[in-house]
Design a protein around this ligand. Structure first.
Ligand code: ZN
Length: 205
């Protein structure tokens, strides 16, 4: 972020090692880790965190959500629809970025976007919405119904994923080019820019 503050928006992952993806929600030491990081650095979001179903109501995830509220962080949730719903029950004004659009079908994604106006969805590590460079009608319908809520994602959470960025960008340009330019621009970068514009302007934390 020091090298490219205009490009890099930091998100705090609640993990200190790879294996914690499936243990963090029952690990009290994660709370101390998050609190310490948030005391010492400025973040726009927390996540991705992996959370499913009623695990969202466990004490550690509840504390993560409370910290997101306290510091006005976007919650970048790799979750099923049930866990997303429980996050909104705990924190109705939450801003949630649904990682991978929950790996859900477009109709199911649309149902949750209709219910929660502070829900956005990224398209990281998915391909159906741009298979063979075309946007299938069911995805196009959802993109057009929610032009301000989707954003391209690359899932570059490990070094080896960076080899994938160019190929992913070219593939993304191909299917985005089949959409009306204003909508394509929104999904390509404007929606993400808008979601974090407040943070970039020095707001919150
Ligand atoms: Zn993920």
């Amino acid at each position: 972020m020091a090298e490219a503050p205009e490009l890099i928006v930091p998100s705090l992952r609640p993990y200190r090692s790879r294996g914690e993806i499936s243990s963090w929600e029952r690990d009290d030491s994660v709370v101390a880790f998050l609190e310490e990081r948030l005391r010492n650095s400025r973040y726009a979001a927390v996540g991705e965190f992996h959370l499913y179903g009623d695990d969202a109501d466990l004490p550690v995830p509840r504390r993560l959500v409370a910290l997101a509220k306290q510091h006005q962080l976007v919650l970048h949730a790799h979750s099923d629809a049930d866990a997303v719903e429980r996050i909104f029950q705990q924190y109705p004004q939450a801003r949630v970025l649904w990682a991978h659009s929950g790996f859900e079908r477009p109709e199911a994604v649309a149902a949750l976007l209709r219910k929660h106006k502070n829900l956005w969805a990224d398209l990281a590590f998915r391909s159906e919405h741009g298979a063979a460079g075309q946007v299938p009608p069911q995805w196009r319908a959802v993109f057009e119904e929610f032009p301000e809520r989707f954003m391209v994602g690359t899932d570059t959470f490990t070094p080896e994923r960076w080899f994938y960025v160019n190929e992913h960008a070219n593939w993304s340009r191909a299917w985005l080019a089949t959409l009306p330019p204003p909508l394509a621009e929104r999904i390509a970068w404007k929606n993400a820019e808008a979601l974090f514009s407040g943070w970039k302007a020095g707001g919150a934390q």
